[in-house]
Design a protein around this ligand. Structure first.
Ligand code: PA5
Length: 447
């Protein structure tokens, strides 16, 4: 099945006429994207990835994944931002909820842990404890090859590998995903002989999940990366070729910009499955870094439901009326649990006997959508047939395409992230990095 974007429940907030009025703007933004005439046009390699990717490298990714599966109990995935979130989103979406702690025999593929996405000593130390007595490999992912967070974690775990296996064997357990020619990581990889995978020049971090950045860790988890690409290709077909009226990605880009112009400056993505938590995190980065600039953009937020109905639900229902909600609806749960009848109905739950837990979840979702709509929160839906690779590939591409178009409608460059540099500059200065002496002096006076 295909994922389907549904804006029908926002009809009370955005009329058919308004959607129609937006058509010319949207098609113009789409043309700018496809003809590569807009800002950031040297970062559009992601558009054709699903139909035009490096097949040879794809095979090498599969071979490396098999090697890691055969010689490692654990894979460490070291990366941050766009070099982290896609792989995590996919693995959590596709795998068992308790993947890493499944008993041996129930999981044939390595435990997978993510590190280098913070600067926490506790996290690093605790992860070292997990590795005790286990064979492991490391996939270090950094397009620039110079990002501080993953570089720090990599130093620690590279040393641990060398301690455990000696340098030569350690180097065979390190897989570096980085620029094809430049950067500190590429230089190190060449010097030490790590196997390398390429982040294409024209694909930015947050659009890189369908390159080796996402594909190697995803393949190690046992997921079918061919199906993932097929799904993305199907979504690309619709996004590129379907008319505006039946083009989910274009309609999503249109409706969110209409809502923004009406003062809805916050978009909350809501899921009803804990295993979609990192899909929301990936989405937040995609839209946040792409649109949040030049003092513009929709603030991307996310809630896990029904969990957060018991924390953020009050605000969404009744707080400042600044938001709209986009529900990620997994139509078919991979598990069916039926509720049983009890002889004495002490807990008052017998009225649900014979019903499935998913029926209860869907009722909560439908009830919440109506309640939020009644509370003046426009609702958008992304219906996802199931938690499989094909659906996920579609979902990734759908959002990427919508994001590119939406950014151009907004009038920003969706493919740069100049704001990310500000904290780095200050951090380097405070750390005493050579070349930042002047900034350091100025900052120390302010602290
Ligand atoms: O989307 C982006 O460009 C960023 O989030 C980067 O992915 C992130 O900063 C990590 O960069 P790098 O892969 O160069 O280590």
């Amino acid at each position: 099945g295909n994922i389907v974007f549904d804006d029908s429940r926002a009809a009370g907030f955005v009329s058919a006429e308004e959607m129609n009025n937006m058509k010319a703007t949207v098609l113009c933004a789409k043309d700018v994207l496809m003809n590569k005439t807009g800002a950031g046009n040297d970062f559009l390699g992601w558009i054709d990835l699903p139909v035009n990717y490096d097949k040879k490298e794809f095979q090498e990714i599969k071979a490396a994944a098999e090697k890691i599966q055969s010689d490692s109990d654990v894979l460490l995935v070291v990366g941050i931002g766009g070099s982290y979130l896609g792989a995590r989103a996919a693995i959590e979406f596709l795998s068992h909820s308790f993947y890493n702690v499944l008993p041996k025999g129930k999981r044939k593929t390595p435990e997978i842990y993510f590190v280098g996405n913070s600067i926490s000593s506790k996290y690093i130390q605790d992860l070292k404890d997990v590795l005790e007595g286990k064979d492991f490999s490391v996939n270090i992912i950094s397009k620039s090859g110079t990002t501080t967070e993953p570089a720090i974690a990599f130093r620690v775990f590279k040393d641990l590998l060398i301690e455990k296996y000696g340098r030569e064997e350690a180097n065979k357990r390190i897989y570096a995903t980085t620029d094809k020619a430049k950067g500190a990581l590429k230089n190190l990889a060449d010097q030490e002989g790590y196997q390398t995978f390429v982040v294409p020049d024209d694909v930015g971090g947050r659009f890189s999940v369908l390159t080796a950045v996402g594909l190697l860790p995803i393949a190690v988890s046992g997921a079918d990366i061919d199906k993932l690409m097929e799904g993305a290709a199907a979504a690309r077909e619709e996004a590129v070729n379907a008319p505006y009226e039946s083009n989910g990605a274009l309609r999503y880009a249109a409706v969110r910009n209409i809502l923004l112009r009406k003062g809805k400056a916050v978009e909350i993505v809501a899921n009803y499955e804990p295993s979609l938590h990192y899909v929301s995190e990936w989405w937040k980065q995609l839209f946040g870094e792409s649109e949040g600039k030049d003092q513009r953009g929709i603030f991307p937020a996310a809630v896990d439901l029904t969990t957060d109905l018991h924390s953020m639900g009050q605000f969404i229902q009744d707080g400042s009326r600044i938001m709209f909600e986009t529900v990620l609806n997994v139509e078919e749960s991979p598990a069916e649990i039926l509720l049983k009848e009890e002889e004495v109905d002490t807990d008052g739950m017998n009225y649900l006997a014979g019903k499935s837990v998913d029926f209860v979840n869907k009722s909560a979702m439908n009830g919440t959508i109506l309640a939020h709509s009644d509370g003046d929160v426009p609702n958008l839906m992304v219906n996802i047939p199931g938690q499989d690779e094909y659906s996920l590939g579609q979902l990734f591409y759908f959002f990427e395409y919508a994001c590119g178009v939406s950014g151009y409608i907004l009038g920003v460059n969706p493919f740069n992230q100049p704001g990310v540099e500000s904290y780095k500059k200050n951090m380097f200065a405070l750390l005493g990095k050579p070349g930042f002496e002047k900034e350091r002096e100025a900052l120390l006076k302010r602290l």
